[in-house]
Design a protein around this ligand. Structure first.
Ligand SMILES: [Zn+2]
Length: 491
């Protein structure tokens, strides 16, 4: 290897730096220092050059500096807020925390950790007033107003700049989802309820602006860290439950008043319901079948007639529902897989026994190949509910279009196009709506050209036909969502 192609010196680790500089070991040290100074000057690092020159002239100064560098590190004292953060993310118990503090004291590091009492007090500051929370045997809920008040107050406190006399706006997203198969406990419940299913409403603050400037943005809009629970109930997700909770939230949102914060700041609230999955969307829209599009009410059999579908009027209110990127990825993968299973007979429904058999054989073959080549379990029914298709499987599916195409026999170009669309909506970057629309439409055309016999799934239809409109409507914040995950994390 020539010297030119070697890794740049700056990128090396300290050990490698030492090895590399051993090449010059036989040269005189002051010669080297002089060379270093000259080179630094040439490269524009005048400061470094002058320090080296000064050291060469005044070796006694180097001794003093060396002493300062070797001084023990200043003891860092955590603020109670920092400690509280640590205690919560490490899930430390009271005993664990106190033991940790005592160990630090024994080692002579007194006062690194605040007293447990102080941490408790700090935690109380993060809590909403008690009267805003109501708890029953099977549910817990906080009033939306109280939750938003405390959220925005805490965000303002965390800002380093002083904010005064401002009209601010906090944008948050919210949504709900159910999760079944929770652990069951022996506790008695009223009536018929059981604790194996939970239905939860959550809210995530996204952005605090004063109209022109953004004062705060949620650094991890997808993370469960910023997820604020509004309510949870032990109940199975059903149409009635969803509609009931939606109505209740709508009432509370309508009744919201601006939060009056310290320093005469007043904060209004904007809430967007984007954290929902296809099932909830369908419950809430007029479309009563999971397979129909809740935006334009297209039925499955109409999906592949692109011009007819595009000319339908779209219920613009529901555009606010946004796109759930996690579900989108999984659903797109499933739609493509279902095509792949049917490639031998090219029909939407496998009615005859012969076709059913072909479908099963191909499915098995594809599943095995995915397992052997990409280490992924695809479309395998899990005990309990659902399949092994999760975000990771879907990511792998679209990450290697060439491989996926070879395994499934699907068109590589089409898989690539879907990968690009999914990448765009999950990137969190601002999307060029015109370009997106064009790209999505061409993707839909390609789909119909290739697999006209298999009706597009609702998600594929939504992404390719309504994607641009939804993005345009929600353009203030990147459409991202982690609701499904955040709910499961707590399990
Ligand atoms: Zn539609």
């Amino acid at each position: 290897m020539t010297k030119r192609s070697r890794k740049p010196f700056e990128d090396l680790g300290s050990k490698q730096k030492k090895i590399r500089s051993d090449d010059h070991a036989d040269e005189n040290s002051s010669e080297l220092a002089y060379a270093a100074a000259t080179r630094s000057k040439e490269e524009g690092h005048d400061d470094i050059a002058s320090v080296i020159e000064y050291m060469m002239k005044n070796p006694e100064a180097a001794v003093t500096i060396n002493k300062t560098l070797k001084k023990p590190l200043k003891t860092v004292i955590f603020t109670p807020e920092k400690v509280l953060g640590l205690v919560l993310s490490l899930k430390l118990s009271k005993w664990q925390y106190i033991t940790l503090g005592e160990a630090a004291i024994r080692e002579g590091a007194e006062g690194i950790y605040a007293s447990y009492y102080k941490v408790q007090q700090t935690k109380l500051d993060c809590c909403p007033p008690k009267q805003s929370v109501s708890v029953t045997d099977s549910s817990a809920r906080i009033t939306l107003q109280a939750l938003l008040d405390i959220t925005v107050t805490r965000i303002l406190q965390s800002l380093s700049d002083d904010v005064q006399n401002k009209q601010l706006k906090l944008i948050s997203k919210w949504g709900f989802d159910g999760a079944s198969n929770q652990s069951r406990y022996k506790q008695k419940m009223e009536g018929e309820q059981d604790d194996s299913s939970i239905f939860m409403t959550t809210l995530v603050p996204l952005k605090l602006t004063d109209g022109d400037n953004t004062l705060w943005t949620n650094p991890k809009p997808c993370s469960a860290l910023y997820c604020r629970p509004v309510q949870f109930t032990f109940v199975k997700e059903s149409e009635a439950v969803v509609i009931d909770h939606k109505r209740q939230m709508d009432d509370e949102i309508k009744a919201l008043i601006p939060t009056e914060c310290s320093n005469s700041n007043s904060v209004t609230h904007q809430l967007m319901m984007t954290m929902i999955d296809g099932k909830v969307c369908t419950y809430l829209s007029e479309a009563r079948s999971n397979a129909s599009c809740y935006l334009c009410l297209s039925k499955p059999t109409e999906m592949n007639r692109l011009d007819a579908v595009t000319s339908k009027t779209v219920c613009s209110d529901i555009c606010e529902f946004g796109l759930s990127s996690l579900h989108a990825r999984i659903n797109c993968m499933e739609c493509l897989l279902h095509i792949a299973y049917r490639l031998d007979f090219k029909q939407w429904a496998a009615r005859s026994n012969e076709h059913k058999e072909m479908l099963q054989t191909t499915k098995k073959l594809i599943q095995n190949k995915f397992k052997d080549e990409l280490n992924q379990l695809i479309d395998i029914v899990k005990q309990g509910s659902g399949t092994t298709n999760d975000g990771n499987t879907a990511r792998k599916f679209f990450e290697f279009p060439k491989k996926t195409a070879t395994i499934t026999g699907l068109d590589e170009e089409l898989i690539k196009r879907f990968a690009v669309i999914l990448q765009a909506i999950t990137s969190g970057e601002k999307i060029d709506v015109v370009k997106f629309k064009d790209f999505a439409r061409k993707t839909a055309e390609k789909y119909v050209e290739l697999y006209d016999w298999y009706y597009m799934s609702v998600t594929v239809h939504k992404l390719s036909i309504h994607g641009a409109d939804i993005i345009e409507k929600n353009d203030i914040v990147p459409i991202r969502d982690s609701f499904g995950r955040s709910l499961r994390v707590s399990k």
